[in-house]
Design a protein around this ligand. Structure first.
Ligand code: CA2
Length: 144
């Protein structure tokens, strides 16, 4: 099984500021956590981060036919991007939306998620654990 973990804009800056919202661990720590979880569960994982919407669309499209599940934190594009919604719909790969912070307790504009309509599940406010919880959901879905 292959899982693609995608992070959108500014998630490469984790741990630098706003620890009260996003915690103190940095992007490298997130990558380590995801890789360790994948190794422990015998799944292949690829991590990808970009600050550019079109690059994120390209990455989702490139997963077509070679990836069993996607975990995506689209960052601020969550609240703006119909293109990411369409890309996930187009490839038809089971996708879980993850957010580190508890969006339900934040600004009104963060309550909107376009991509959610194409996702099999959404995990919000569990910090970095949300990524491995999303991987677990995809692994369970795959294993009968
Ligand atoms: O809670 C999440 O995971 C978010 O997707 C994170 C995004 C935010 O725009 C979404 O509304 C919720 C922000 C990514 C990281 O932004 C940073 C801001 C300051 C310092 C470091 C990272």
């Amino acid at each position: 099984m292959k899982i693609l973990v995608i992070n959108g804009p500014n998630l490469n800056m984790l741990g630098i500021r706003e620890p009260g919202i996003y915690g103190t661990e940095n992007y490298e720590a997130l990558c380590r956590k995801v890789r360790d979880y994948a190794a422990a569960h015998g799944v292949e994982v690829e991590l990808y981060q970009s600050n550019h919407e079109g690059d994120l669309v390209d990455k989702i499209q490139a997963a077509y036919g070679n990836t069993d599940g996607i975990v995506i934190n689209p960052g601020a594009y969550t609240h703006t991007s119909v293109a990411l919604l369409d890309a996930v719909k187009a490839v038809g790969i089971p996708t879980v939306e993850v957010h580190i912070s508890d969006l339900s307790k934040r600004e009104a504009f963060r309550q909107i998620s376009y991509i959610r309509a194409a996702c099999v599940a959404t995990i919000i406010g569990h910090g970095l654990d949300g990524y491995t919880e999303a991987m677990a959901l995809l692994i369970d879905k795959k294993t009968p």
